[in-house]
Design a protein around this ligand. Sequence first.
Ligand code: AR6
Length: 178
Amino acid sequence: MTDKIQLLHGDITKIKADAIVNAANSSLLGGGGVDGAIHKAAGYQLLNECKLLKGCKTGEAKLTNGYMLPAKYVIHTVGPIWSGGYNNEANLLQSCYLSALTIALDNKFGKIAFPNISTGVYGYPKKEAASIAINTTIDFIKKHEYPKQIIFALFDNENLALYNEILVKYNCDFLKNY
Ligand code: AR6
């Protein structure tokens, strides 16, 4: 089961997959961080398609093409802005992962990659976010045939260490893969 998960230390825009997940904002019209990097690598056509989507609510997700990215599609999701944990942030962050995984399931995507949603500009504590990302994903892939492979793209060393720490407890042998 957990051999379906791989850790990758680096840039999600370089990953060849059925879909990469974007940590967007509710306008879906681009921004900084991983959102900016994805739009830059995908090209202007991605923004044109995003304009047609009329935004996205926090915790939900929407699908577009990947255009110039190596990934075929982009699943845009909007993470919660951290405000001390009193604003339903944990449920909303879990909902981001579930919404993206459900789009992957519905489209029979074999391989998808996640960034660390909400842990940059949106300020979600990285340890708690890592635990939600991993637990939600493992729970989902136990129950469903798709996606068959999930990559967590870890851009910074702190997230890499946190994911390692949590995934070691699952006795996984996939840490060799990054
Ligand atoms: N590949 C993988 N991960 C990356 C990359 C990359 N190329 N670039 C950054 N990260 P953030 P958020 C990591 O701020 O907190 C945008 O302006 C980064 O190290 O991109 O959900 C949107 O438009 C961090 O761990 O997303 C929204 O307004 C993680 O991606 C807002 O930021 C998420 O950081 C969303 O904030």
